[in-house]
Design a protein around this ligand. Structure first.
Ligand SMILES: [Ca+2]
Ligand SMILES: [Ca+2]
Ligand SMILES: [Ca+2]
Length: 452
């Protein structure tokens, strides 16, 4: 579209210049002075043409950054596990009051019992009757599972996209209780989760209240940590974060991606937005050190009280919420974490530019996920079918962070097939032989979600 407009503009400019020069030829009585003026004008024309062309090429580059219409969500459904509700009531009242203050409406539903299908039916009703744009599950609420051939052959994982696409079809063809087919997806809404003890959840709601009222003491800044395996993937790129933050630290050179760098950054100044590329298992980051693998356990996140507010976790299985996991640890067991995105299986968001675009345009965390998934995530099930969000999905980045500048950043074009093949290779080279608990274990631990 933009290139076509530029093309037409350039052609028109040439045509105009051409008709001028013809007129010049027909007027041999022109004085030398007039000729000089005209040649000066010609120089100006060429200069103008140069500006048009260079302007177009900038626009063409800029066009690579996702730029699509989205509507900021202002109606949320809050589904709260009934056993938790009495203790959380005042926290939830505060949360609803804060959202009302922002101009959003919150519908509250107390979840008593049922299957994932019953839960989806509740969501569909609120979508149809109240026009909700997103949902937050509070507590242990059901999920469905999916199985497919992924990086290491068979993989099975909890899948929240099921709740986000309200007119999709899902099938379990081998009748083992795990979906193995879905129709083409386009999300209508987003859903997110928080889960923990009553005290952890109260502390979480307290954090989001503090954030909304400007009491969270972290500089508007981003931290990108890209470990050895991805040092050569889009080197120097901040993945569009320079549209949001003035201050960005990128650790991506081997000497800068040691466990100590990560710990040091996140236990001192921290960052509002953390985008980390590290091999991992649900409760464990595995950093490639100079001479050995270095581990960061969930216990290190807790003891270090890691200072990040929003986490984009390119860490395999980091938000596998059906067991102890990194994502929920940042949110439930530190004084800072309030939202995360990541995968419940092997995978992660390697091209989050659409996600960052929505955030830069003051969209909510949930809007960013839904916008990114429909724009890019939908293209690759192997990488993205386990992608979800955790935390309050109605959060937007701090006002200081929403710079909204249209500055260009390095490496904003989508990865090529060769680059994606390299990403696949790094996953296979690492050799994930365990990615988390099974559906059978989940079912045993949560018989209340299954009607049999
Ligand atoms: Ca199946
Ligand atoms: Ca749909
Ligand atoms: Ca490293």
């Amino acid at each position: 579209m933009i290139s076509e407009l530029c093309y037409n503009y350039i052609v028109e400019t040439f045509l105009t210049a051409g008709s001028l020069s013809k007129k010049n030829k027909g007027r041999d009585f022109l004085s030398k002075t007039i000729k000089t003026v005209l040649s000066a004008f010609g120089v100006l024309m060429i200069w103008g043409l140069y500006l048009v062309i260079s302007g177009c090429s900038m626009l063409l580059l800029d066009d690579e950054f996702p730029d699509f219409a989205f509507e900021k969500t202002d109606k949320e459904l809050l589904v709260v596990e009934d056993a938790l509700y009495p203790s959380l009531e005042s926290s939830i009242d505060q949360y609803i009051a804060d959202l009302n203050e922002e101009g959003s409406t919150v519908y509250l539903y107390i979840w008593e019992e049922g299957t994932a299908f019953d839960l989806k039916a509740v969501i569909e009703t609120y979508y149809t009757e109240n026009g909700i744009g997103g949902v937050l599950f509070v507590g242990n609420l059901p999920t469905v599972w999916y199985e497919q051939n992924g990086f290491e052959g068979h993989e099975e994982f909890p899948i929240d996209l099921f709740f986000m696409d309200l007119d999709s079809t899902w099938q379990d063809n081998d009748k083992d209780g795990i979906f193995d087919y879905h129709s083409a997806l386009e999300l209508e809404i987003f859903i997110s989760r928080i889960n923990g003890t009553t005290l952890e959840l109260m502390r979480y709601f307290d954090k989001v209240h503090k954030f909304r009222t400007g009491q969270m003491d972290i500089d508007p800044s981003a931290y990108v940590f890209k470990d050895n395996s991805w040092e050569d993937f889009k080197p120097g790129s901040d993945f569009g974060l320079s549209r949001i933050y003035n201050s960005i630290l990128i650790n991506e050179k081997k000497g800068d991606t040691e466990r100590a760098n990560y710990i040091s950054k996140l236990t001192t100044s921290g960052a509002e937005y953390v985008y980390q590329w590290i091999h991992s298992f649900p409760p464990l980051l595995v950093v490639e050190g100079s001479s050995s693998w270095e581990y960061i356990h969930t216990s290190d996140i807790i003891s270090g009280n890691m200072k990040g507010l929003f986490y984009n976790l390119f860490n395999c299985s980091a938000v596998r919420f059906t067991e102890d996991n990194l994502g929920m640890t940042y949110l439930m067991k530190t004084d800072y974490g309030i939202a995360a995105t990541g995968s419940t299986k092997t995978g992660g968001n390697y091209y989050p530019n659409a996600f960052h675009y929505v955030l830069s345009e003051k969209g909510t965390w949930g809007d960013a996920f839904k916008g990114w998934y429909n724009y890019y995530g939908v293209k690759d099930d192997k990488w993205f079918l386990g992608m979800i969000i955790l935390g309050d999905p109605m959060l937007v980045l701090t006002k200081e962070a929403q710079k909204g500048l249209k500055s260009l950043s390095v490496g904003i074009v989508p990865p090529s097939p060769d680059e994606i093949e390299e990403l696949n290779k790094e996953i296979l080279d690492f050799g994930y032989d365990y990615s988390g608990g099974s559906f059978a274990e989940y079912k045993n631990q949560n018989p209340q979600f299954f009607g049999d």
